[in-house]
Design a binder for this molecule. Structure first.
Ligand code: BTN
Length: 228
């Protein structure tokens, strides 16, 4: 396995994509400071003052579309073992603190048997440094800045994922146990449409099951807003 660790990097995801373009070698890219992080749906990802932002190549979950949920479950286990902090999930790929603030996100790219998986884990965030419009919505996992070896922790996370891949039935079950909006009112934004309903759980492929006034609908790729 090749581990590339940079002091500063635009996006570990972009770097991992370019480094794996012509190779099948296992690769982990991490950095001390990521300055142009890529988020879901072309959004930016802002790394906190202290954060992990590893990107690596790995095989998809047994059911390909469960990969992001699997990474969330593994990130939760890792964060508990390493930092003794609990994180929760918002569909499809967000990590939340117990206070319901976003502290992490997952980005999966590629459609082959070797995906590029990027995880942003905001460990410590000084609210002062956060963009005004996000101040109330985001948080760090830790209460205080701690002495953390980012290179070593990124490698530990990578190894944890590699050693603990999960079967499909367990992914769904563990993910739902920590979902912040199970049986709650949500709004789904998909292709310019907005649909309100109650989040009823996950289908076999990880899709969102939404109970609306018209019955049960399924969404595979969308944004979700809690308590609209
Ligand atoms: C999201 O919530 O929109 C997903 C954010 C994913 C961010 C991670 S940080 C590591 C990797 N490098 C990037 O540029 N993006 C992903």
């Amino acid at each position: 396995m090749i581990h590339v660790h940079k002091k500063e990097c635009d996006s570990t995801q972009d770097l991992a994509a370019s480094l794996t373009a012509d190779s099948n070698e296992s690769l982990l890219v991490s950095c001390e400071k990521q300055v142009k992080g890529a988020g879901q749906r072309g959004r930016k990802w802002i790394s906190a003052d202290q954060s992990l932002a590893p990107s690596f190549n790995a095989r998809p979950a047994e059911i390909y579309t469960l990969t992001s949920l699997e990474m969330a479950v593994l990130a939760k286990k890792f964060i508990w073992e390493r930092f003794k902090k609990e994180v929760l999930f918002k569909w499809p790929n967000d990590l939340y603190t117990k206070e319901r603030k976003k502290c992490g996100g997952i980005l999966i790219q590629g459609q082959t048997d070797r995906l590029i998986i990027g995880i942003g884990l905001n460990l410590f965030l000084r609210t002062k440094t956060a963009p005004e419009e996000l101040k109330d919505k985001i948080a760090g996992i830790l209460d205080h800045k701690t002495d953390i070896d980012i290179k070593e922790s990124s490698f530990q996370f990578y190894s944890f994922v590699a050693d603990n891949r999960l079967p499909a039935n367990l992914i769904k079950c563990l993910w739902l146990q920590s979902c912040v909006h199970l049986n709650r009112k949500v709004k789904i934004l998909e292709g310019g449409k907005s649909i309100e309903g109650v989040f009823m759980g996950l289908g076999n492929n990880g899709q969102c099951l939404l109970k609306t006034s018209k019955g049960l609908s399924e969404f595979y790729s969308a944004s979700l807003i809690i308590d609209p």
